[in-house]
Write a protein that binds this ligand. Structure first.
Ligand SMILES: *[C@@H]1O[C@H](CO)[C@@H](O)[C@H](O)[C@H]1NC(C)=O
Ligand SMILES: *[C@@H]1O[C@H](CO)[C@@H](O)[C@H](O)[C@H]1NC(C)=O
Ligand SMILES: *[C@@H]1O[C@H](CO)[C@@H](O)[C@H](O)[C@H]1NC(C)=O
Length: 223
């Protein structure tokens, strides 16, 4: 049986070009993933017992022939939130626990803004007429959001102006670009207090991009 491909590598805004927590041992995404060979994986005994009944699970680590590199930040309570000095705060709680009365499961509740951490903005986020017309995230083209992207280093002493865009010489035909800026060096995503001095696109830089490149997806770390 073919499962519908559900892989989304959303190269999201604002994303830092760093994902792997520094140091530490590599951690398997799931007990079924072997790190040092199948023999060492958790749950192998059960997996072998069930092997006759179940087809081997297909690991969808690839999309469209390319490797997926997840650059999204995991949610943390001290992850910066827009104009907040307090970070994102407690966004996860155990609403019902098996320890004190829930008889079938633990129920956790998430409460956070749609613009937390690594995310993609809907057209309706900043344009009222798009909002009124219902341009939600599901109106975005997944073919634009997925696929090879170019990582470009922006001069660390500048915001992204038309002049900076011109100096980057991004070739025609490139559709997805990750702009690595001073925000990454300053580790803004790791600072609880929102820093309004983050580097970003200036209006003329955005206009230059529209007028002179084939870029359809912009990824940057805002901090
Ligand atoms: C049960 O535990 C959960 C999680 O700790 C808590 O949110 C909830 O208020 C508790 N309910 C009762 C009835 O004590
Ligand atoms: C349910 O929540 C409790 C905390 O109240 C935790 O100790 C327990 O491991 C959880 N059980 C499951 C099956 O996740
Ligand atoms: C980028 O622009 C912001 C907002 O105007 C400003 O605070 C910041 O200092 C600028 N950064 C650089 C590197 O020029």
């Amino acid at each position: 049986m073919e499962l519908a491909p559900l892989l989304l590598l959303l190269l999201l805004l604002p994303a830092a070009a760093m994902a792997v927590a520094a140091g530490g041992e590599p951690v398997a995404a799931h007990p079924g993933y072997a790190l040092g060979g199948a023999e060492e994986a958790c749950g192998v005994a059960e997996a072998e017992a069930e092997a006759e009944a179940l087809p081997a699970p297909e690991r969808r680590e690839e999309f469209d022939g390319g490797r997926i590199v997840d650059i999204s930040h995991y949610y943390r309570e001290d992850m910066p939130a827009w104009e907040s000095a307090e970070g994102s705060g407690g966004f996860l709680r155990l609403a019902r626990s098996m320890r004190n009365g829930s008889d079938i499961a633990n129920f956790s509740e998430l409460r956070l803004t749609a613009h937390s951490g690594t995310h993609v903005d809907a057209p309706g986020h900043v344009f009222e007429h798009y909002y009124d017309a219902g341009f939600d995230v599901d109106t975005l083209d997944l073919a634009v959001l997925n696929g090879p992207a170019l990582l470009v280093d922006v001069p660390r002493d500048k915001n992204i102006t038309a002049e900076v865009m011109a100096s980057l010489h991004i070739p025609k035909g490139v559709r997805r670009v990750l702009f690595r800026t001073l925000n990454t060096d300053r580790k803004l995503m790791w600072k609880k207090e929102f820093d309004t001095s983050f580097v970003g696109f200036m209006k003329d830089g955005a206009q230059w991009l529209v007028d002179n490149t084939d870029i359809k997806l912009v990824v940057h770390c805002r901090g």
